[in-house]
Design a protein around this ligand. Structure first.
Ligand code: SAM
Length: 212
């Protein structure tokens, strides 16, 4: 579902700076070669991620769900000097595409870890300044529980797809497992006094959470 009028969306994209040649090439290759290319963040969301990252200049970013690397590159644009972005991906094929683009763009601050994020996150040492949750929806709460204790105060956790094409508003009896998981996750965040949160109805819903 498109929440924003297509013309407004196009105008917002056009007014948010040009997509780099590298990101535009990655976008094209993802649509040509992958199943479910819509998982890629895209230009407007990519610019939001880049801007948030530049605002806090993170020393450590953790991304859960690399796919072909579009959002990782956007987030890496804001890294502090000597900062590092660890991105976690379970699927070898898309991880190989992502790694190729990190290499082509000279993003040597990005470390791609291939495997199940549920097993990889516990081995990451904090403090984490920025985390982006964008993998399997059923595990969002699990990722939250693993990441929150490792976040520094003032750090941001950003979660994608929290509107799930609007399905979170459907009657509970019509909801599938992913919708239920996303709803429970958003409610858990809302009830947590240790954070402030903002749900932006951009693309498929971006939840931006700041640890107090
Ligand atoms: C929505 S895509 C990520 C899109 C990417 N962040 C972007 O904006 O371009 C979700 C990715 O999470 C990966 N994934 C799903 N479950 C995972 C898990 N348990 N551990 C690591 N990666 C996982 C999928 O293989 C898929 O590539």
């Amino acid at each position: 579902m498109d929440f924003i009028d297509k013309r407004i969306d196009a105008y917002a994209e056009k007014s948010s700076g040009l997509e780099s040649a590298l990101l535009s090439k990655l976008h094209r290759e993802t649509y040509l070669k992958t199943y479910m290319p819509r998982m890629l963040s895209g230009h407007l969301q990519g610019r939001i991620l880049s801007m948030l990252s530049k605002m806090i200049q993170p020393r450590l970013i953790v991304e859960v769900g690399t796919f072909t690397g579009y959002s990782a590159i956007c987030l890496a644009e804001g890294l502090a000097e000597n900062g590092k972005l660890i991105t976690l991906e379970a699927n070898d094929e898309v991880a190989a595409i992502a790694q190729r683009y990190f290499d082509e763009g000279g993003f040597n601050q990005i470390e791609l870890q291939n495997g199940d994020a549920r097993e990889l996150i516990p081995a990451i040492n904090g403090p984490i300044d920025l985390a982006f949750i964008d993998a399997d929806k059923e595990n969002y709460t699990h990722y939250w529980n693993l990441l929150l204790p490792k976040m520094r105060n003032g750090g941001l956790i950003i979660a994608d797809n929290v509107l799930w094409s609007g399905k979170v508003l459907d009657p509970i009896e019509n909801q599938d497992a992913e919708t239920k998981a996303l709803l429970q996750f958003t409610q858990l965040v809302e009830a947590d006094d240790s954070v402030d949160q903002l749900l932006l109805p951009v693309r498929d819903g971006l939840l931006i959470v700041r640890k107090k």
